[in-house]
Design a protein around this ligand. Structure first.
Ligand SMILES: O=C(CO)[C@@H](O)[C@H](O)COP(=O)(O)O
Ligand SMILES: [Fe+2]
Length: 235
């Protein structure tokens, strides 16, 4: 039985108040609100993508400021050099782009050896078939449903074929990983992603642009669970 996971992206949060923005989606044990499963951190280097966000020092500070596992999405060149330090710092999940890596397996092994979960991200136009063998070395596949670089873009539904293909391989036992989707996820799009077999839903503007981000997390999770017979709110 799978549970839908929600990973709010702090790209849409207020960068001057990151600790507070993390706390807003962290849940509240007093009310029984479990909060977001992961906090998605978009690292952009202005080379792999035409935007610049934050890097390792901010991630190190966030790790001290929140208990939510950090899901670091590295949109950077040369992940072999820059990804392992995020794992060493204590990030839960370090995801880098297939298009940026000469040897994705070596990078995944370094990330895992440093104690983190290794994720492979693919842009909307990148086919998944050439990476199916490589995915044995990964814990998550991040299917991008917008061109990487900016929040608030429209969902590209065509990428769901990749999620469906990998879901089938996971369900048949040929692969063992979580399927994550990133870009344009909101109340209008999360159900089709859930139906396609996605486990983890990144949502930036739909969470931090909402009047009540914590409620947005709860609502998205409930929508995902209702849309797929394979997703349940409780284990
Ligand atoms: O990696 C990225 C963009 O490159 C994403 O994580 C976005 O930050 C998601 O934002 P929304 O599309 O949900 O607003
Ligand atoms: Fe992202």
């Amino acid at each position: 039985m799978r549970q839908p996971m929600i990973a709010p992206s702090i790209l849409s949060a207020d960068f001057a108040r990151l600790a507070e923005e993390a706390a807003i989606v962290a849940g509240d044990p007093a009310t029984g609100d479990a909060g977001a499963e992961w906090l998605h951190v978009d690292v952009m280097d202005a080379h792999f993508v035409p935007n610049l966000t934050l890097g390792l020092p901010v991630v190190q500070s966030l790790l001290k400021a929140t208990d939510i596992p950090l899901d670091c999405h590295l949109m950077i060149e040369d992940p072999g050099r820059w990804a392992p330090p995020y794992a060493e710092a204590g990030a839960h999940n370090v995801t880098f782009h297939a298009e940026a890596a000469d040897d994705p397996v070596a990078v995944a092994r370094d990330i895992r050896a440093a104690g983190a979960v290794a994720g492979l991200a693919v842009k909307p136009g990148t086919p998944i078939d050439p990476y199916l063998e490589v995915l044995r070395e990964f814990d998550t596949l991040l299917v991008m449903s917008v061109e990487p670089g900016f929040g608030g873009q429209s969902f590209i539904a065509d990428v769901l074929d990749k999620a469906r293909a990998v879901r089938r391989l996971v369900d048949s036992g040929e692969l063992r990983l979580l399927v994550e989707i990133d870009g344009g996820i909101n109340a209008d799009t999360i159900e089709q992603a859930a139906e396609a077999g996605v486990d983890c839903f990144v949502a930036g503007s739909a969470v931090y642009g909402a009047h009540d981000p914590a409620a947005a997390v709860r609502n998205l999770r409930e929508q995902a669970a209702a849309a797929s017979p394979h997703l349940h709110l409780h284990p």
